[in-house]
Write a protein that binds this ligand. Structure first.
Ligand SMILES: NC(=O)c1ccc[n+]([C@@H]2O[C@H](COP(=O)([O-])OP(=O)(O)OC[C@H]3O[C@@H](n4cnc5c(N)ncnc54)[C@H](OP(=O)(O)O)[C@@H]3O)[C@@H](O)[C@H]2O)c1
Length: 112
């Protein structure tokens, strides 16, 4: 299977598409690193993933914080030795003249 033993970091893994991706990949027994702000919801997803065969690490992370992102990657490499896949899931919206800005529930529109 394509993801067996792969180290996969998923941000936005506590609900929605990120959580479902983590659950569906788990059957292939990857090493999952699950990140989002809510530790409680991440732990619930991690329990599902473990039951389905994944090794997993939960790292509460706000992806708008550079320092927390660095810690996330450092902890992933410490735990599993390297990275194979990084899924940056939380949605972003681009506004004219500004840096990319994250919103929790994107409104209609796209990044230019
Ligand atoms: N879910 C669906 O069934 C579905 C169907 C069709 C289309 N879509 C579209 O697909 C896109 C993704 O949807 P989604 O349901 O996965 O919701 P989303 O709002 O893009 O992502 C929610 C996830 O991102 C995390 N998150 C939010 N802010 C974060 C931050 N600053 N740092 C780290 N993690 C953060 C949330 O956890 P925390 O709050 O714990 O941080 C949660 O795990 C959206 O544009 C949606 O409209 C979704």
């Amino acid at each position: 299977m394509a993801f067996t033993g792969r180290v996969i970091v998923i941000t936005g893994a506590s609900e929605g598409i990120g959580a479902e991706l983590a659950r569906q990949l788990s059957g292939e027994k990857p090493h999952l690193v699950l990140a989002a702000r809510s530790a409680d919801r991440l732990e619930a997803v991690a329990a599902d993933c473990r039951a389905r065969g994944a090794r997993r690490l939960v790292q509460p992370t706000d992806v708008t914080d550079d320092a927390q992102c660095r810690v996330l990657i450092e902890r992933a490499v410490d735990a599993f030795g390297h990275l194979d896949v990084l899924v940056n899931k939380p949605a972003y919206r681009c506004t004219p003249g500004s840096r990319t800005r994250r919103i929790s529930r994107p409104t209609k529109g796209s990044c230019a």
